[in-house]
Design a protein around this ligand. Structure first.
Ligand code: SAH
Ligand code: SF4
Length: 391
């Protein structure tokens, strides 16, 4: 498919075992305040303690209450007795020939999700997951063939960002000058799952990512990708305010019904209506239209022309995604010349039309390929069991 595979699979040390204590990671500020009140923190101190603990966890990356030196020793012991600061467990880390890192992460219940870090010259983007699997069944997407197991909690979503910062060694030293060039500078909600089917948890996690006393990512550096869950789009503008990407992928309802079946519920016209209001409400810039290039399905000149006509009046950028194949996928990637011609028509109509270079293909980390590695890992475990006479 691409460059030679130089796989580097390592098993990282396990996180702490599950303690049974309440995990503070993923609580909103209000939730953290309430948790502190519940263990007897005086009402008058609660706000200040919330701020202090918040900074330890999200600004400095501290995982140990004993290290929270601006809190009284007895109070630290009290926190330790009731709470934990836990992240999902990194099972394996795989590094692609192009530097892309893929983390296989285990969450409570033994489910697994994948998190992908994509380094670029001017930025580093972390692609995070919002669900295990997806209930939607887009016909070109590998994740869509996996049965939904469950929604991730807010802690499991922000935990993906935190574990990547751990791996990148990117928690600031106290007193060090502010680091303006971050390795992890952007987040895209483009991993497994439909983020708008898990709205509250995604919102709470992104609020933590944006909090000025913590990870401090600007809302303009977070992009949420949706297949088009129309009723939640306005809420995203109001309650998160991040950038929006939409998996558009077709220019007629007939084709979009086949590719993105949620189109049968909210068709192209309804979706475009919701998108027209988004930039104003979210005070955000352009909407990204994601368009996967499928040979002979949605990649004609007529499609390109229809596309620019449809989105007229919406501040937009068209992100063309060469289809990433997966075992048994029913489509083929459009030829390169075809993708370029399509991009050219869109570009001449006045829209930026970057072609997304597939990253991390050799480790199945590219868009829509997430799932396979997990499945393969599962299969090999099964094989092992069979060989051991257990299967
Ligand atoms: N569920 C959300 C976000 C996750 S998918 C959504 O659908 O928007 C992230 C992007 O990858 C989407 O635009 C999706 O359509 C695209 N994608 C899925 N499978 C793909 C594949 N096999 N090749 C290329 N892009 C794919
Ligand atoms: Fe789910 Fe997005 Fe894949 Fe569609 S493209 S099945 S919404 S993850």
């Amino acid at each position: 498919m691409t460059a030679p595979i130089t796989q580097d699979v390592l098993t990282l040390p396990r996180n702490l075992p599950e303690t049974g204590k309440r995990n503070l990671v993923g609580l909103t500020r209000e939730g953290l305040r309430e948790a502190l009140l519940e263990i007897g923190t005086p009402e008058k101190q609660a706000k200040m303690r919330t701020g202090q603990i918040w900074q330890w966890i999200y600004q400095w990356g501290v995982r140990d209450f004993a290290a929270m030196t601006n809190l009284a020793k007895a109070y630290r012991a009290e926190l330790e007795a009731h709470f934990s600061i836990e992240l999902p467990e990194v099972v394996t880390k795989t590094v692609s020939a192009d530097g892309t890192r893929k983390y296989l992460v285990r969450i409570a219940g033994g489910h697994e999700v994948e998190v992908v870090y994509i380094p670029e010259t001017d930025r580093g983007t972390l692609c995070i997951s919002s669900q295990v699997g997806c209930t939607l069944t887009c016909s070109f997407c590998h994740t869509g063939t996996q049965k939904l197991v469950r929604n991730l909690t807010a802690g499991e979503i922000i935990g993906q960002v935190m574990l990547a910062r751990d791996d990148l060694g990117e928690w600031p030293e106290q007193g060090a000058p502010k680091n303006e060039t971050r390795l992890l500078s952007n987040i895209v909600l483009m991993g497994m799952g439909e983020p708008l089917h898990n709205f509250e948890n995604v919102r709470d996690a992104m609020k933590i990512a944006m909090d000025p006393e913590g990870i401090q990512l600007s809302r303009r550096r977070i992009t949420l990708s949706t297949s088009g869950v129309v009723p939640e789009i306005a809420r995203t503008a109001e309650e998160i305010g991040c950038l929006l990407a939409v998996s558009f992928h077709a220019t007629t309802d007939e084709v979009r019904d086949r590719l993105v079946p949620i189109n049968k519920r909210w068709n192209i016209e309804t979706l475009l209506g919701a998108l027209r209001d988004y930039p104003r409400v979210a005070n955000s810039e352009r909407i990204t239209f994601e368009y996967v290039m499928l040979k002979g399905v949605n990649d004609s000149d007529a499609d390109a022309r229809r596309l620019v006509k449809l989105i007229q009046g919406i501040p937009a950028k068209i992100n063309l995604i060469p289809f990433n194949e997966w075992p048994g996928s029913p489509y083929e990637r459009s030829d390169w010349a075809r993708i370029e011609k399509f991009a050219d028509i869109v570009h001449k109509a006045g829209y930026a039309s970057p072609i997304r270079t597939p990253r991390g293909e050799d480790i199945m980390a590219a868009c829509g390929q997430l799932k396979s590695a997990t499945e393969r890992a599962r299969k090999s475990r099964k094989d092992i069991a069979a060989e051991a006479g257990l299967g």
